[in-house]
Design a protein around this ligand. Structure first.
Ligand code: FES
Length: 166
C-alpha cells in the first residue's frame, strides 16, 4: 500500500489534535479514546501507549479504561460493522438464525468476528433500542428492521460485490 505511510501520518496528526482539543485532561480520557477510535476504527496498542505517555498517565490506566467499556475495541474492525441485536424482543423474533447465517456466509469461525480482509465485522448487542422493529440489525449504524437471514445475507453480498468492483 503506497499511501500507508501518509495515512498513518495523518492519523497521528489527528490523534495529536484530539489530545490538544481536550488539553490532555485525564478527566476527558473516555472522550479522547472515543475520538481516537473514530480515527482508527479501533484502539491500537501503540496508540494507547502514546496517548498515556502524552497525558502523563500510566499505560495501565489507559488500557484499563479501554478494556472496561464495551464500545471500545482493541482489535481491528472491518469496514462494515454489522450488529445483530440479541436483546429479548429480537431474540424471540429469531435473531439467532440471522447471526448464524451471517457468520456462515462470511466464514467466521473459531470465535473470529472480523473477516481476514478487514471488510466485515459481526457483533451481537443487547437491545439497539428499536424493539418494535425486531429483529434488528445495524450495518455501520444504519438500522435494518424486521430482518431475515436471507435479506441480511443479500445485503452483505451486495456490499461485498461493491468492494470487489471498487
Ligand atoms: S431487543 Fe432488539 S432492539 Fe430491542
Amino acid at each position: 500500500m503506497p499511501d500507508e505511510g501518509v495515512t498513518s501520518g495523518r492519523r497521528f496528526v489527528a490523534v495529536n489534535e484530539i489530545l490538544e482539543k481536550h488539553r490532555r485532561r485525564p478527566e476527558e480520557l473516555v472522550a479522547i479514546l472515543q475520538e481516537v477510535q473514530e480515527v482508527y476504527r479501533y484502539l491500537p496498542e501503540e496508540v494507547l501507549t502514546y496517548v498515556a505517555t502524552s497525558m502523563g498517565l500510566t499505560p495501565a490506566r489507559v488500557f484499563g479504561v479501554a478494556t472496561f467499556y464495551e464500545n471500545f475495541s482493541l482489535e481491528p474492525k472491518g469496514k462494515y460493522v454489522i450488529r445483530v441485536c440479541d436483546g429479548t424482543a429480537c431474540h424471540v423474533r429469531h435473531s439467532a438464525p440471522i447471526l448464524a447465517a451471517l457468520r456462515e456466509r462470511l466464514g467466521l469461525k473459531d470465535g473470529r468476528n472480523t473477516t481476514p480482509d478487514l471488510t466485515f465485522t459481526v457483533e451481537t448487542v443487547a437491545c439497539l433500542g428499536a424493539c418494535a422493529l425486531a429483529p434488528v440489525v445495524t450495518i455501520n449504524g444504519k438500522v435494518h428492521g424486521q430482518a431475515t437471514p436471507e435479506a441480511i445475507v443479500a445485503l452483505i453480498d451486495e456490499l461485498a460485490k461493491g468492494e470487489r468492483e471498487s
